[in-house]
Design a protein around this ligand. Structure first.
Ligand code: ZN
Length: 605
């Protein structure tokens, strides 16, 4: 069995070290013999923090069958379940062949009694999460004290302690300084480092290449993705320029991969979904519909890091389900890039057979269609940074036995490589000044798509993920003549390269108000709808937003390219999430690169 495990690993990983039978036997026997109560007290790291804590269990899994998501919402209305999250919902089919939702929440004894009292029938399930976590704790008790790099080389398939992640990355940087750079993107509530590793032939970011973010485990009790990303870091660095691994060399040479495997180290140490403030970090991001007055420190650091880079696509890994979930999560309105999000998600799921043939059709789902959820990382990433982010649920069991991790790696390896590669799918290129060749800070808008992309100002490179089709693109940069390129064809999987040089605008003074933008509304006051009349003296990019009296944005009605002349835009008094807004005063603001126009409207009811 051990030899089998060893062979399996060597297929995926080329490791410089030798797997010693004695250490593995000791690890496996130790894990097998220890009882829950025998676990020695956790050691402490250099900062005095424990390597792990013994998780507390006061709930257990149950299984119910419900008609649909509305029935789930009705149940939660009657019996609020503290542990509820959407990965407890799986599409299923009744014995009569009708669709239903299989709901597997974790409940306390009191919640179980309340469910029964409310007339719900459920069955109690074996607790794979509890036994999986206890096995992790036992593994750490026997293996977790070794230095990370040493343990990583010796043990096939294990969960590293938080402290080991840092030393494993440091070792990788030490072994491969030309293609990776270890970094920390901040500290958690309890002061644990948030480790990261950039893998790229240009790890200091001086090339025009797409930046891809791979992160995991913002839910501390969902650690499989953490191990997958550590494996990926190892696989990319160990196999670079090795014959037979040309796909790895291509990715390392042409992409900049930011690996951030543990978003919530405090939760990982304690075995909890939430961070040390008991906050679910994936319900704590600002997004178009959300109001999160206090953003947790792990998320603040994550946002700062993301804002300082120019990520093109990204993913965040979770556990508890087996599916790629794409935006939006907060609304049923289709995302502006829905047509590209689907093939991007399929790049992942089609290479992960358990996922592709699992409960979700083709292993992918729209977030809101699964269950409307607010405050998620992926919606923030798309809305605020323009980086297309998906949420990858890598397994129905959040904490499988460590011995199963190699199998998960086999299921996810090709998916991860294909996902990174897809960052160039669609149309990409470099925007420069025509006379000097200087890279430009430019905005690129694609016909039929209201979400523009921008260049990475340092290098002038842009990437617009697009499904197979033919497009018109508008290139704009301050002080330059806008240029439209029509009829650009791209095929999914074969990136189209389109470099564009823009002529400097002789008379343009960057930042000088040009004037002439006008905005009117009629009827006003209105009920139930009004029309905004946007008058623009020149073609260019513009946004039209509606704000309430407190200055909060209610909805963005226009984001894209306006041609010269008058445009009519209707507003039916609904907010971004689709809900009707109350009677009162609202302000609409039309904003172009160099001008603004405002109109006050009154909704009467
Ligand atoms: Zn999760």
């Amino acid at each position: 069995m051990i030899i089998q495990c060893d062979l399996q690993r060597s297929r995926g990983l080329v490791r410089p070290g030798v797997i010693t039978l004695g250490v593995m036997l000791g690890f496996l026997l130790g894990a097998g013999l220890a009882q829950a109560g025998d676990t020695p007290p956790a050691a402490r790291d250099a900062g005095g923090l424990p390597f792990w804590e013994i998780a507390v269990w006061n709930d257990f899994p149950v299984r119910l069958e419900l008609e649909d998501n509305a029935a789930v919402a009705a149940l939660l209305e009657k019996v609020p379940l503290a542990s509820f999250s959407r990965e407890q919902l799986t599409p299923g089919t009744s014995s009569a062949g009708t669709p239903l939702v299989v709901f597997t929440p974790r409940v306390t004894e009191a919640e179980a009694a309340a469910l029964a009292a409310a007339g719900y029938r459920f069955t109690r399930l074996a607790d794979g999460e509890k036994s999986g976590r206890q096995a992790m704790e036992e593994g750490w008790a026997h293996q977790g004290l070794k230095s990370g790099a040493e343990a990583w080389r010796e043990a096939a398939g294990y969960y590293p302690t938080h402290a080991q992640i840092g030393s494993i990355f440091a070792q990788m940087e030490n072994d491969h300084p030309d293609i990776c750079r270890a970094f920390t993107w901040g500290q958690s509530v309890q002061g644990r480092e948030l480790w990261g590793l950039v893998v790229s032939a240009d790890p200091q970011n001086t090339a025009a290449e797409p930046e891809v973010r791979l992160s995991s485990s913002m839910h501390g009790n969902e650690p499989v993705g953490l191990v997958l990303l550590m494996n990926l870091a190892d696989y990319l660095t160990a196999n670079y320029q090795v014959a037979g691994f040309e796909d790895v060399t291509e990715l390392v040479d042409n992409y900049e991969i930011h690996i951030m495997p543990l978003h919530n180290p405090d939760g990982y140490v304690a075995g909890t979904r939430e961070n040390a403030h008991d906050v679910d970090l994936n319900r704590n991001f600002t997004e178009p519909a959300g109001t999160h007055p206090t953003v947790e420190i792990e998320n603040t650091h994550f946002m700062d890091y993301a804002n300082g880079q120019h990520f093109v696509i990204s993913e965040n890994m979770h556990g508890g389900a087996l599916v790629v979930n794409y935006p939006w999560d907060y609304t049923f309105t289709l995302n502006p890039d829905d047509a590209a999000l689907i093939p991007l998600s399929l790049e992942y799921s089609t290479r992960n057979l358990p996922m592709y043939y699992g409960a979700f059709p083709q292993g992918i789902t729209n977030g809101a269609a699964w269950y409307v959820t607010t405050g998620c990382l992926q919606d923030w990433s798309y809305e605020v940074t323009g980086c297309i982010d998906v949420t990858i649920e890598v397994g129905n069991l959040k904490t499988p036995p460590a011995g199963d991790l190699d199998g998960y790696w086999d299921d996810n390896r090709e998916s991860l490589l294909a996902f990174v590669k897809a960052a160039r799918n669609g149309i990409n290129g470099v925007v420069t000044d025509a006379s000097t060749g200087t890279p430009l800070d430019a905005t690129i808008t694609v016909s039929g798509n209201i979400k523009p992309v921008t260049t990475d100002p340092g290098h002038g490179d842009y990437y617009k993920l697009l499904p197979t089709g033919t497009y018109d693109l508008v290139f704009e940069a301050a002080g330059h003549v806008t240029r439209t390129v029509t009829g650009v064809t791209t095929t999914w999987g074969t990136p189209t390269v389109l470099d564009v040089a823009l002529e400097a605008e002789a008379s343009a003074v960057p930042g000088r108000p040009q004037g002439g933008l006008r905005l009117a509304a009629a009827p006003n006051p209105f009920n139930p709808r009004t029309t905004f009349y946007l008058t623009s003296p020149r073609a260019g990019r513009a946004t039209l937003d509606v704000f309430d009296l407190q200055g909060r944005r209610v909805v963005r009605l226009v984001e894209g390219y306006l041609s010269e002349g008058v445009l009519e835009v209707n507003w039916d008094g609904t907010a971004a999430g689709g809900q009707e807004v109350g009677a009162g005063v609202y302000f609409a603001r039309l904003t172009s690169a160099d001008d603004q126009a405002l109109v006050k409207v009154v909704l009467v009811k």
